[in-house]
Design a protein around this ligand. Structure first.
Ligand SMILES: [Zn+2]
Length: 491
């Protein structure tokens, strides 16, 4: 084909030759573009989210994650390093070492290969992170908020100043409803992610994973992780899942399987609620202890697994609902595994949101659907003050506007954290491997870093990682998105 072009006018031939040279030059700066490990993978940007389709063997899925999200992974790892140093006074080498010696020996070979693949994919794009960085990133919450407090208590915290007193996080508002509570009787599930804004603003990846083994997964997540980490997802066996963390939880077992591994494995291999519970319980290390809200669209049944370390109670319903707002419900767990969680203090964020969830769901019994779930996630009622106020007690949390902060999570006044992305789906959408998601506050309000830091200089340490969060629209995401046109959910 090229030979024929030599008969063209000289000037045109030179132009073509220049293009060819340019193409070679660009190929040489990205030598892995044709890497077989990238076969079938792609990424799309939509409404503030980055959607990635990953497929194949564990190594391929990992490599695709690392390659397609390389710059986001480098950025997110920087956030984790800054935050963990600030909250625990441990440098990154401590976390790399814990990843290598404590987490790695308990990770299934399948996921070890995927984690190695992420490091290799990122490295192929020039990002200087190795597998221990990637494992530490995947385990950052369980290491900094469960392992480190356990370690500090073990060593009697002699050298740990009060300012470094990491606590179990209290992230997220969620519900799952079924039967007579929902429109049409199908399962409806929804979740918004309450993290620090530096984390939230990067927690905008939609993963469509088509693994060589197990079930197809559609879930939200952060860059370079093998699990969702805020754990909103569906699989093609009909499992619909999310969670909220247990406030003031205390417990850790270094000989257990990391939570991020069990969470991913359950999403990938569970065919039923029973499977999901069994995978989460097996080898439980106590890290990132959550109340898991689980649904099976095949049966319409819903469940809560409250996964402590000593106590792992389950509640199940075929008609009704469960809510999540970071409160533990089992009295034995509260007694044995929390730092005195007070279920009666209605001014606390978890209890105030629990009350608001019940009001909303009971008031809308029989009418709950996905558009209504979007409204719930954006709700600003403070049930303790009985007024509309976006603060630490509203389902759509804005703790940056709260002069109290949330002390039980170690969030000081005006801490820049709260509900900063949301997702929802129902049985019918899940059958099509689809959910809706909104980047930024679910209510649509924007957050601007510069005026916030000017008003709250005590958070200047966050300056390198805190960025604006501009809310996107509610978007529909579906597995195999490339074949679909861009869609808005109509909200
Ligand atoms: Zn809001």
């Amino acid at each position: 084909m090229f030979a024929g072009r030599f008969r063209l006018a000289a000037g045109f031939a030179v132009a073509i030759l220049s293009l060819a040279v340019a193409a070679i030059a660009s190929a040489s700066t990205a030598p892995n573009v044709k890497d077989a490990r990238l076969a079938g993978a792609y990424r799309l940007e939509r409404g503030g989210w980055t959607y990635v389709h990953l497929q194949g063997t564990p190594e391929q899925i990992g490599f695709q994650n690392g390659y397609l999200l390389a710059s986001e992974i480098a950025d997110f790892s920087h956030v984790i390093k800054v935050e963990t140093k600030h909250s625990t006074n441990r440098d990154w080498q401590f976390y790399r070492e814990a990843a290598r010696t404590i987490l790695w020996p308990h990770i299934d070979r399948e996921y070890q290969q995927e984690l190695k693949g992420i490091a290799a994919g990122a490295e192929a794009r020039g990002v200087k992170l190795d597998v221990w960085d990637i494992v530490a990133m995947n385990g950052w919450m369980e290491l900094s908020e469960y392992y480190v407090p356990w370690l500090d208590r073990k060593s009697h915290a002699a050298n740990v100043p009060a300012k470094f007193d990491p606590k179990a996080p209290g992230n997220c508002s969620a519900f799952i409803a079924t039967g007579s509570y929902t429109k049409g009787g199908k399962i409806v599930i929804a979740h918004n992610n309450w993290s620090s804004y530096p984390e939230d603003s990067r927690w905008v990846i939609v993963y469509d994973i088509q693994p060589a083994y197990g079930h197809r997964i559609l879930m939200d997540g952060a860059p370079g992780l093998i699990d969702s980490a805020d754990d909103f997802g569906i699989n093609d066996a009909g499992i619909m899942v999310t969670e909220t963390t247990i406030s003031q939880f205390v417990g850790w077992n270094s000989n257990g399987i990391p939570e991020f591994v069990r969470a991913r494995k359950a999403m990938q291999y569970a065919n039923s609620i029973d499977d999901y519970i069994a995978i989460m319980r097996k080898g439980n290390n106590g890290g990132y202890a959550n109340d898991w809200l689980i649904g099976d669209r095949k049966t319409g049944e819903i469940a809560v697994l409250e996964l402590g370390l000593k106590h792992t109670a389950v509640w199940r319903k075929k008609d009704g609902y469960f809510v999540g707002s970071n409160f533990p419900r089992d009295p034995a767990l509260i007694r044995d595994e929390t730092e005195g969680f007070d279920s009666k203090d209605m001014s606390s964020s978890p209890n105030a949101r629990r009350a608001r969830w019940k009001q909303l769901i009971e008031a809308n019994k029989g009418k709950i659907d996905v558009p209504m779930a979007e409204q719930f996630l954006a709700d600003h009622e403070d049930s303790f003050l009985h007024e509309k106020k976006a603060d630490q007690r509203s389902l759509c949390g804005h703790v940056d506007e709260s002069k109290e902060g949330i002390s039980i999570w170690g969030w000081k006044p005006y801490y820049p954290g709260g509900a900063a992305q949301g997702k929802a789906t129902d049985s019918d959408m899940a059958a099509r491997m689809s959910f809706v998601a909104r980047a930024g506050h679910p209510c649509g309000e924007n957050f601007y870093a510069k005026p916030f830091l000017a008003a709250h200089p005590e958070y200047v340490w966050m300056k390198p990682i805190l960025k604006d969060m501009i809310a996107g629209p509610w978007m529909v995401f579906k597995a195999g998105a490339r074949a679909q046109g861009p869609e808005h959910s109509g909200q």
